[in-house]
Design a protein around this ligand. Structure first.
Ligand code: M7G
Length: 328
């Protein structure tokens, strides 16, 4: 069993923590002004999951003039780190016996801070679309033909979609430059591989990286043709090699896929640990990259011919557009 990573993530994390400690936990990068978590006030819970130990909050930061700016805060209990598990039983702590019956008993532990981390992801300032993304909603499946894509989806995503500035920041080394795991710098067939926002890199069980292509003219799976095969093959091959080299995870234990619809309209590929039930890895959203490559090799226009299924929340404007067109 793998118990440590082949290289680096741990020391890098230490460096980040030291930096953060120097800043008093302040976030200084990006367009937003420096702020700390304690500047944020919870407005309401958008969604929570007892199973995943995660809560999505609509928060706000009150400015000097008293008006609030929206933020989304995601709090998630982090997975166990194998090397720290023995300490959970050994370290002196308050272990309260809750019940004891025959051979069964339950304790409640209050572990020291280093053994009870919570990861906080902040989107600030957050748009209404970010808040909607995390709000629990009724979900419906859409079956989108190529004509539906041209007539309904494409005009909609051209008129409003998430900013992809964060992607350009990574490609231009303005953000996350020290996190890059691999880069092929070729402008048409190259890409950058970085740990996904969702992965804290402390354990391999929930390994999650994304490959962002350098080309800026491919929005999603729908735009792909055989012309893009060299790029896709590079992502698949070099991505696998970089992950086994850096993290020791073999390609047979990776799920490598694209989302349709993606939230961000710039082609990217998800690499997750096969044993991790990553959000968005289910059949209604994930398309394995190896299958995408085979489909394009068989028929260059495959993704401009076939219907694609994807989930939409009931309150999403795109869902309303499909409803208006009588497609739901
Ligand atoms: P998607 O399929 O477009 O959307 O994937 P989803 O978020 O609905 O799955 C985008 C991927 O990029 C997701 O896995 C995000 O967690 C990840 N991601 C988003 N942002 C804003 C960042 C970021 O700033 N840095 C990194 N490293 N990953 C991000």
């Amino acid at each position: 069993m793998r118990d440590t990573m082949a290289e680096g993530p741990q020391p890098k994390r230490k460096r980040e923590e030291e930096e953060e400690a120097k800043n008093g936990g302040a976030v200084t990068q990006g367009a937003a002004a420096a702020f700390t978590l304690s500047d944020l006030r919870v407005r309401r819970i958008l969604r929570e999951s007892a199973r995943d130990k995660i809560v999505f909050l609509h928060a706000e930061r009150i400015g000097l003039s008293g008006e609030g700016t929206d933020a989304v805060v995601i709090l998630e209990k982090t997975p166990f780190q194998e090397e720290k598990i023995p300490d959970l039983l050994k370290k002196p702590m308050n272990a309260e016996l809750q019940m004891h019956n025959d051979i069964y008993c339950t304790f409640y532990l209050s572990p020291p801070p280093e053994l009870s981390e919570i990861k906080a992801t902040v989107v600030y300032p957050a748009t209404e679309k970010h808040i909607q993304k995390y709000l629990r909603q009724e979900v419906h499946l859409i079956r989108e033909t190529w004509e539906d894509y041209k007539n309904i989806t494409l005009p909609f995503i051209q008129s409003q979609s998430f900013s992809i500035q964060w992607v350009y920041n990574i490609l231009e080394k303005k953000a996350e430059a020290d996190r890059i795991v691999h880069e092929n710098p070729d402008p048409s067939n190259g890409f950058v591989l970085v740990p996904d926002l969702k992965w804290n890199q402390n354990q391999l069980e929930d390994l999650y990286l994304i490959a962002l292509v350098h080309r800026r003219d491919i929005k999603s799976l729908r735009d792909l043709t055989a012309e893009h095969l060299p790029l896709l093959r590079n992502v698949l091959q070099e991505g696998k090699e970089a992950i086994v080299k850096r993290f020791g995870v073999p390609s047979s234990q990776l799920r490598i896929y694209l989302h349709y619809q993606p939230s961000y309209q710039h082609l990217h590929v998800h690499f997750t640990a096969l044993g991790y039930d990553a959000p968005g890895s289910s059949v209604e959203r994930a398309h394995l990259l190896a299958d995408v490559i085979d489909n394009l090799a068989m028929d260059s226009m495959y993704y401009q011919k076939r219907a694609l299924t994807f989930p939409l929340r009931a309150d999403e404007p795109l869902f309303k557009k499909f409803q208006e067109a009588g497609k739901v």
